[in-house]
Write a protein that binds this ligand. Structure first.
Ligand code: GLY
Length: 401
């Protein structure tokens, strides 16, 4: 069978794999990327919110910092792609308005805003009246909100289209096929075999397969990170004109819902969060919950055409953060498991992985997200001490600890 040789082979052509291929090829390395349907997974379902501040949560401060860096990089990343390909990405920095439906929801939003204030993030508490002056289509019952002016959004489907053209311009070979297995030598991964038997030999293999990164033929399971698919059902509505100026993220009776407008008149309403394994069925209940909550915030949306219902699978790790850098298998590099933030983190992930592949040094910003954090030896249970809990008298000659 045919064999081709590259510096890097990337498995998975969602936005993470494509952005990484783009940056690696720009450094002069030869790159191939393999995926039977580029952009068809989580990248196709995603709303494309670039909203690290309005998605900030307690205990995820490092992820937030990474997201802020990514948000800063988006304007130039999007502009560069459009300049190279002529394809717009739908990038806009129109802000996010977080709103609360009832007083309990407002209390929850105020807790999130305390975190904003504690971390010095740019976010402003607004009254209900101010919220409605920002978004006049909001229901008069909305209790109040928090405005995050620097958040933005991008259209992930346009972004994928632009990235596919960009990688082609940079000489990346796109193989629209399944990877049958990662091939190994005594020293580690040395390429992949495609479904038709073609072998792509490479010095480095990058795994960017999202929720499927927990298993790939040829790779010892211990070299792969833990991952669970988290289903998100998401709606696409349509009107002639956008009915919102920026994204609205609401808490409605304790549940979260977001609405992301596009200049085309598309309004994305998402998303459920369901731990059901690799299930991508769209359900009546999922659609009903999203429309029920979205309508409480923006009643006028019931007039819009319901153009599409999709379900995607977010790749979740135990700490909700991505897995970036060399794995325990030499030659295999991970750029995966971005959970709720794959679109946001694509440019920064691509830069870090390209730097690593080019220089063999992992930038410091990636250290926190190293695969090694999941490979620590499990703690052995200590046998319960037989002594009473009160401090024992030190034996003669023995110094107290
Ligand atoms: N970041 C949006 C979502 O995961 O639904």
């Amino acid at each position: 069978m045919a064999s081709q040789r590259y510096d890097t082979v990337i498995i998975g052509a969602g936005v993470i794999g494509l952005a990484t291929a783009f940056r690696v090829a720009q450094r002069g390395l030869t790159v191939a990327i393999a995926d039977p349907e580029p952009g068809s997974g989580a990248s196709r379902a995603a709303a494309g919110m670039l909203a690290p501040v309005s998605e900030a949560w307690y205990g995820e401060e490092e992820l937030l910092g990474f997201g802020l860096t990514a948000r800063e990089r988006y304007p130039s990343f999007a502009a560069e792609l459009t300049e190279l390909t002529g394809v717009p990405t739908g990038y806009t920095q129109a802000g996010t308005l977080q709103v609360a439906y009832d007083s309990d929801d407002l209390a929850m939003l105020e807790r999130v805003h305390e975190l904003h204030l504690k971390l010095g993030l740019q976010a402003r508490r607004v009254t209900a009246r101010e919220a409605r002056s920002i978004e006049p289509m909001l229901a008069p019952t909305v209790r109040g909100g928090v405005h995050v002016p620097a958040d933005g959004s991008v259209d992930p489907r346009l972004l994928t289209r632009a990235l596919l053209l960009a990688v082609a311009r940079c000489g990346v070979a796109v193989h629209r096929q399944h990877v049958r297995e990662v091939t190994l030598t005594a020293g580690g991964a040395d390429g992949v075999a495609l479904a038709d038997g073609t072998r792509l030999a490479a010095a480095s293999v990058v795994l960017a397969t999202g929720w499927q990164a927990g298993e790939i033929a040829g790779v010892p399971p211990a070299a792969l990170p833990p991952v669970r698919p988290v289903k998100g059902q998401i709606l696409r509505l349509h009107s002639e004109q956008p009915i919102l100026t920026g994204a609205v993220r609401g808490i409605v009776r304790g549940s979260s819902v977001y609405l992301v407008p596009r200049a085309s008149g598309e309004l994305v309403v998402g998303a459920t969060q369901e731990e059901l394994g690799a299930d991508t069925r769209v359900t009546a209940g999922g659609v009903w919950e999203l429309l029920r909550d979205a309508r409480e915030l923006v009643p006028g949306l019931t007039e819009l055409e319901l153009a599409e219902v999709t379900a995607g699978l977010r790749p979740g790790t135990p700490d909700n953060a991505p897995v970036l850098g060399p794995s325990a298998l030499p030659g295999l590099v991970l750029a995966t498991e971005h959970f709720r933030s794959g679109i946001l983190l694509a440019p920064v992930t691509a830069d870090l992985i390209a730097e690593f592949l080019d220089t063999k040094r992992l930038p410091r910003a990636a250290a926190r997200f190293s695969p090694a954090r999941f490979s620590a030896e499990p703690l052995a249970a200590e046998p319960l001490a037989a002594e009473p809990l009160a401090a024992a008298e030190p034996a003669a000659g023995e110094a107290p600890a």
